[in-house]
Each structure stands twice: as structure tokens, then as C-alpha cells.
Design a protein around this ligand. Sequence first.
Ligand SMILES: [Zn+2]
Ligand SMILES: [Zn+2]
Length: 167
Amino acid sequence: MKIRKGFVSNSSSSSFVCDICGNAESGYDASARDVGFLSCENGHSYCESHFEVDIGMKDRLVARLKKDAAELGIDEEMINDFITAWDEEQPTSEEAILELLENVTDSFEDLRYEGLAEMCPICSLQVITEDAIVSYIDKFVIKKVEVEAAIRSKVSTYEELCALVRK
Ligand SMILES: [Zn+2]
Ligand SMILES: [Zn+2]
């Protein structure tokens, strides 16, 4: 991790907020990775510590390679080699998986800059964000406006609300 401190000409401060835990980091001229974050092709950013190789990741990546085979210029045999290499290595880190992918093809965009959705905890539903949970509840359980009305009928200040919902 290299974060320059102090005045640096032509540099700008970049901030990143984790879409999973809300942790915020910033640095001058920093990429997400410089501040310990990973990003995905669908615009998610999250702390490296949330990255986890789950049971379905290999199958998701294989499906992605098959779907994009023509575009990536790869064939069935190369995909089978990826599966064999994965089974031999049993990768547990993001870096190990990127190396396996790079052995199959160099046609992906820079995966260290923007990871695949199949490896992202949010895109793969390893983690479901608070926003998504609230949207789900609003659609299928109880409307947000009804929750708001219920809250206002029970308490009259934010402080009372915090006390009410404290676990
Ligand atoms: Zn986080
Ligand atoms: Zn994602």
C-alpha cells in the first residue's frame, strides 16, 4: 500500500466507501486497491477482508468463461485446463484466482483494477447489502411509508427512535 502524504502537484484525493460495511478510506492519487479495497465490474467497492472464496465461485467463473468464450478467444480445452488447475490448487486468495484466470486468457480487462462479478461478494450474493434488504422488505413485507408511520406513532425524537430499535 502506497499512499503519498502532503502536497503533491497534480494529485487529487480519492475516497472509497465499502458497500458492505461502510468503512471509508482515502488517499492521494490512490486507486481502490491502494487503500485496501477491491472493486468489481458492476461498480461495487469493498474492503479486501470481505473477499472470500465460497463453494460456488469455481462454477460461476467456469460459466462466465463459457459464456464469454468467443469474445475471450478461448475454447473448451482451455476451460477444462482452468478447472483442472483450480482443483489442483484449491485457491483461497483473490491473487491465486487471478493467476489461474490469467493462465487461461489475457483478454479480460485489468482484473486487478476491476474484478469479475463472479468474484464479488455483493454480485454473487455472498453478502446482501442493507439497501437491498430494505428494498426487499419495502416490496414484499411492509411498505417503507408504513414503517415510517409506525415509528412516528411510537416515538417523537431521533434519540427515542435509537433507543427503541437498539438491540
Ligand atoms: Zn468493508
Ligand atoms: Zn459486484
